[in-house]
Every structure is written in C-alpha cells, then in structure tokens.
Design a protein around this ligand. Structure first.
Ligand SMILES: [Zn+2]
Length: 223
C-alpha cells in the first residue's frame, strides 16, 4: 500500500475551507486534507498516525464480511465450544450456557456483563454496520446511517469477543490436564466470527464511510 504524508497548514496564512482540512486524532496537527487513491493511505508527518486510508471496493467487501459475521453469530454462540468429561460426568458448554450457568450460580451481575459484552453488543454492532452499509446507496437513508455509525463508534469499546476468547483459551489450558476435553464446532465458529469482525473493521475505513454518508447522490459511485 502506498503511503503519503499529510501537509501541515501554515497558520500564518488564511485558512482554507474547513472541508479541506483534517486534524490528527493523536497530536492535533492541522493539515490539508490529503487526496489518496485506491489502496493508498496518508499519515501524520508529526506522529505517524494513519489519517486516511482508501480501500478498493470497500462497500462490497464490507457488506460481504458483515453478512459472514452475522451468519456465524448464531452457531458461535449456541453450538458447543467444548465438551468436558470429568470423573465420568459429561458437560457440553456453549457461550449461552455459560451465561445461564453464571446466572444460576448467583452471579447475576457477571452473567449480565458477559451477556452484554460477548453476545448483545457484538450483535448490535454488526447490525449497525449492516444498516450503515445498506444506507450508503440511498441519500434518504443516510441521516439514519449517520446516527447508527455514531452509535457504532460508542459501542466499539464494549464488544469484547477477544477477551472472551482469551478467557476460553485460559480455561482450556487449565482444564486440559484435569479432564477429557474436546473442542466443538462452536469454537471454530467463534474464532471465525472474531476474525471476520477484525477484517471488517480493517476494511470499513471510517473516513470512506463518513465521506460516503455525507456525499451527494452523484458521487456515490466512488465507494
Ligand atoms: Zn499526529
């Protein structure tokens, strides 16, 4: 990918229009908005932060990834993550049965947090991304898309599939010497869901989405 550097604004001269300016998220350096081509990116010359990246076919690729992630969501949460045989007792665990198990063990608050961070918020995030992508070709839907994309950015910190996966891996390492343990299809779906989400975040370049949400009808072909 070709990388360019943003051009800092000379504040002693008259400032260009606001739409032609961009500020670095990390160090607040004010620059002229860089014009990047497909598969190019621009970075801040002061701190190296990635300012803008332009992904080719962003809309189609992101739509394919969000649909893949949504298809994986149900099997990842409701198919067995692992089956456990300890002293002759068999147990099959899914993400959902983990939440229910915590609730019945008088750990209601922990169960609610796990349910929110590993199931509900990741699902809401995916639905927000899907609706934002669906709204892009239709100017009338773009205000709704803008609201949902803003909501998605607020929810980003709360979807913690990676933390949940890390917890599963730790429990596997601890249990593997104590019990007969088999990984289930749900585990493969959970890992695939996490990878699809990470790939989707990389593909769905925020600047391209914000530009597409605010652009006029004629220019939509660029995404
Ligand atoms: Zn910077």
């Amino acid at each position: 990918m070709i990388q360019e550097s943003g051009q800092p604004v000379d504040t002693r001269q008259a400032l260009p229009p606001l739409k032609d300016l961009i500020a670095c998220h990390e160090c607040d350096l004010l620059m002229h908005h860089p014009h990047v081509g497909e598969e190019q990116k621009a970075s801040c010359p002061r701190c190296g932060y990635e300012l803008v990246v332009h992904r080719a076919q962003m809309h189609r690729r992101a739509l394919a990834l969000v649909l893949t992630a949504l298809l994986l969501f149900i099997p990842a949460n409701f198919l067995p993550i692992m089956s456990l045989n300890l002293l002759g007792q068999n147990a099959v665990d899914t993400v959902w049965s983990g939440v229910v198990g915590l609730y019945h063990s008088n750990m209601g608050i922990v169960a609610v947090v796990v349910f929110l961070c590993s199931m509900l918020i990741p699902l809401v995030k995916l639905l927000c991304q899907l609706l934002v992508l669906l709204s892009l070709p239709f100017p009338r839907w773009r205000p709704m898309g803008t609201q949902l994309y803003r909501a998605y950015h607020h929810l980003r910190e709360w979807g913690m599939l990676e933390v949940y996966l890390f917890g599963i891996l730790v429990s596997i390492v601890k249990l593997i010497d104590l019990a007969d343990l088999h990984l289930g299809i749900g585990m493969a779906c959970f890992i695939a869901l996490m990878l699809a989400q990470v790939w989707l975040e990389v593909t769905m370049s925020p600047h391209q989405v914000w530009d597409a949400l605010s652009e006029e009808e004629d220019n939509h072909a660029r995404t």
